[in-house]
Ligand binder design. Structure first.
Ligand code: FES
Length: 127
């Protein structure tokens, strides 16, 4: 059996939503305690809906694939739904990741949560 699913390879080779949103409403950055890799997530939010999302990473192929999939799963969704996204759901959407690569998918989940927290904090500071 191939180590990585077709979907993982597709998202690794052609990652969706890579880049920076200059005027992002929320930015989240996390490091992976296991490998030291870094992930940055940018969100554009309107009426509590994620209008746009982009990511940058120094992570491995699995981190790239899971972030790419995660951005597709949250784009156009309300914040409440994005907050519920788990790394397990991302891995399932990719038709699985090898066990020892599951920690890579945590980066995307945590970066999204951090970016939403950042947005909430900025919103509260304005009020
Ligand atoms: Fe670091 Fe995958 S090995 S994110």
């Amino acid at each position: 059996m191939a180590l990585y699913s077709e979907k993982v390879m597709d998202h690794f080779r052609n990652p969706r939503n890579v880049g920076v949103i200059e005027d992002a409403d929320g930015v989240g950055e996390v490091g992976n305690a296991k490998c030291g890799d870094i992930m940055k997530m940018y969100l554009k939010i309107e009426d509590e809906i994620i209008k746009d999302v982009k990511f940058e990473t120094f992570g491995c192929g699995s981190a790239i694939a899971s972030s790419s999939m995660a951005t597709e799963l949250i784009k156009g969704k309300p914040l409440s739904e994005a907050l519920e996204l788990t790394n397990k759901a991302v891995a399932e959407a990719l038709d699985g990741l090898p066990d020892y690569k599951m920690h890579c998918s945590v980066l995307a989940e945590e970066a999204i949560k951090n970016a939403i927290e950042d947005y909430e904090k900025k919103k509260n500071d304005k009020e």
